[in-house]
Every structure is written in structure tokens, then in C-alpha cells.
Design a binder for this molecule. Sequence first.
Ligand code: FES
Length: 140
Amino acid sequence: MENFEPTIIAFVCNWCTYTAADLAGTSRKKYPENVRLIKVMCTGMVDPKYVLKAFLQGADAVLVSGCHPGDCHYINGNYKARRRIKLLHSVLGNFGINKKRLRLTWIGASDGIEFAETIDAMVREIKAEGPLHTDLKQVI
Ligand code: FES
């Protein structure tokens, strides 16, 4: 398990977290390369199926990150995302998938450092958890 490098799929809002990730890069703030960013226009468009598919296709963890509450460019998309993540936490729990493997964060466009620190912390946490072994495939 020492050499385990988790794969993290991150669905990031175009207006906030994606811009923060870009800022981290242009500020030369390093973060682990375990993360694969998928830019979406709003966290409200992250269908729970996308999260399940990410796990089915080998993700060890999934991050959904967007604008702070009240700052969503589509008014309430991030509130929808919050409700969906809560639902997914209970569904995934039934398959023995720890809540730590699905995280929702709010990272604003100017928070490049926070983005890098979030990815860093998530990678450390998932490394400690180990690879994801799930029977999710047998159920879906
Ligand atoms: S536009 Fe960023 S979360 Fe909705």
C-alpha cells in the first residue's frame, strides 16, 4: 500500500473552483497530480450518475467543488449539489464506501492556495484509506 497513488476525479465549477485551480497553477502552487479535473458550468449539473460512473471506472475518490453558497452563477445550483451529495453519501454507505471518498467543497476563484491544500489533504486521506474495493459494479 506504500506505493498506492489514488485517482481522484474532481468535478469543478467553471466560475469558481476551476478558476482557483488555474490560479494555483499560474501561481506555481504545487499540488499532487492524482487529480483529474472535469470542468462543469455549475456543480448543480453534476448528476449523481457521473459520480457513480467515476467510482465504477476506477476512481478512488471524487471531489465536487464549486461556488460558495450564495455565489452560484445559476442561483441555486450549489444547493442542489449539496442535497445530491448528501443523498449519495447515504447510498454509497450501503456499499461500504466511506464518506471520505466523496467530498463537496466550496472554493472561490481567488482561492488557488485553498484548492491546492484541499487536493493535498484529500490525497493524504485517501492514501491512508487505501484503494477502493467495492461491489458497486455488481449492483448497478
Ligand atoms: S456556478 Fe459555481 S456552483 Fe453554480
